[in-house]
Design a protein around this ligand. Sequence first.
Ligand SMILES: [Zn+2]
Length: 277
Amino acid sequence: MNKPCIICVAITGSLPTKANNPAVPITVTEQVESTQAAFEAGAVICHAHVRNDDQTPTSDPEKFSALKEELKKHCPGMIIQFSTGGRSGAGKERGGMLPLKPDMASLTVGSNNFPTRIYENSPQLVDWLAEEMHVNDVLPEIEAFDLSHIFKAAAMHKDGRLPKKPYVQFVMGVKNAMPVDKDVFDFYIKTTKRLLPNADWCAAGIGAGQYVVNEWCVSAGGHARTGLEDNVRLDKKTLAPSNAALVQRVTELCDKYERPVADFVQARNMLGLPNAV
Ligand SMILES: [Zn+2]
């Protein structure tokens, strides 16, 4: 159990605002400050969305470009992952930042329900996003909101649409999608190992499920995702003071289960990313 644990910090997301937690970073400057503290606390992947000044989500490539430049300056070596999620745009707009060539981008390979709407990922859009990632040499993080998404990713890996070493993230705890459920979590791991034996995996728990899922991941040898995108609280009564505070509690779990926290060189090696920064 001494495999280093890669910690991803999802700094902003599309939903939480300053009204939910004043520590949610909105402007690029705030995002960079928050990420730098999280990086110092042990996170080596920054999963990022960008926002307009009024806090609404956007897919504006110029914002993504500014964020990438600043992160490279202030967090050298950190793995930059952009979201192509569906709350900040529609259709191909969601992949408009991929020519910026971030290290990674999220890729949801199928549709499911969200709390108040459908999270629509048509086969055609999934293929287009995967191809854009391929031509721009971007490593996809495959988001599995459902068991069928693991099968879909395996089919795409097999036929060459996802040629890189797969990195799969199970997302649990979104209302109307897959709940935080240990039996399902265990079956996701088993299925990923069976269909994608060379994959690394991690999981994100949303809301109160975040810490539970963090512990399941660390104890089962996977990687972990935390951050204010998924959860703005330390517990029912306490807001998380920062992204770094959420990262800190994952590093404590790593200590508990005797997992070293991966530095960016180890993380890049495990994910098959170049070390040049
Ligand atoms: Zn996200």
